[in-house]
Design a protein around this ligand. Structure first.
Ligand SMILES: Cc1cc2nc3c(=O)[nH]c(=O)nc-3n(C[C@H](O)[C@H](O)[C@H](O)COP(=O)(O)O)c2cc1C
Length: 185
């Protein structure tokens, strides 16, 4: 009897989780995969997959969906956006993003979060973000950005691009794992 109730407790704790992300150069994917690793370690049933490969109509079949994106021109990537538009959402939802600037983009998922909370159909569990190396900005895009700056600004920006090389780093990924674990506590 005691054995059975213990088993039932474990079954209730095991939730079905989807981690899905728009990621062009792999930074956001790295964060999503670290989150999966953390939740796997907790014995959860976790799928981590690029948002372009997700069937939007399947989202409602999970207990928790964690949607991630890179920030592109201050906005979410199109595949993350698509999952927040006219899609039936699961009971629990959380967000994450990576961006090259050392600042938050509260509006990126903020609008969707507000709408979800207002509708009251899903609970927004939280948001995580960290810096991601500007891998996709090499070449013309970076030059265009730097070209519009005065020499002092340019020096600072070039230093910043150096400083964020390799991000997300081990520390960022450890924080992402902690965030993921907090979602099931
Ligand atoms: C076209 C383009 C636009 C970007 N716009 C921004 C931006 O507005 N703000 C920012 O902080 N980072 C910006 N970034 C940097 C990315 O958000 C950052 O490198 C991110 O970690 C990339 O994630 P991914 O590898 O998962 O695609 C931009 C990158 C590209 C390629």
């Amino acid at each position: 009897m005691k054995k059975n109730s213990h088993k039932l407790e474990n079954e209730v704790k095991n939730v079905k989780i989807l981690i899905t992300y728009h990621s062009d150069t792999g930074n956001t994917e790295k964060v999503g995969k670290a989150m999966k690793e953390a939740l796997d370690e907790e014995g959860q049933d976790v799928t981590a997959i690029h948002a372009k490969d997700v069937d939007a109509s399947s989202l409602k079949s999970y207990d928790l969906v964690v949607i991630g994106s890179s920030i592109l021109g201050s906005q979410l990537g199109k595949h993350a956006k698509a999952l927040l538009t006219k899609v039936e959402l699961p009971p629990k939802i959380a967000f994450f993003y990576t961006c090259q600037q050392d600042r938050a983009y509260p509006k990126a998922f903020g609008r969707a979060a507000k709408k979800i909370e207002k509708e009251g159909t899903s609970k927004v569990m939280g948001e995580f973000h960290c810096i991601g190396d500007a891998l996709g900005m090499e070449g013309a895009l970076k030059e265009k950005m730097l070209g519009s700056m005065n020499p002092e600004q340019r020096k600072e920006a070039e230093q910043h691009f150096e400083d964020i090389k390799g991000r997300p780093n081990a520390e960022d990924l450890a924080k992402a794992k902690e965030f993921a674990k907090s979602l099931i506590k």
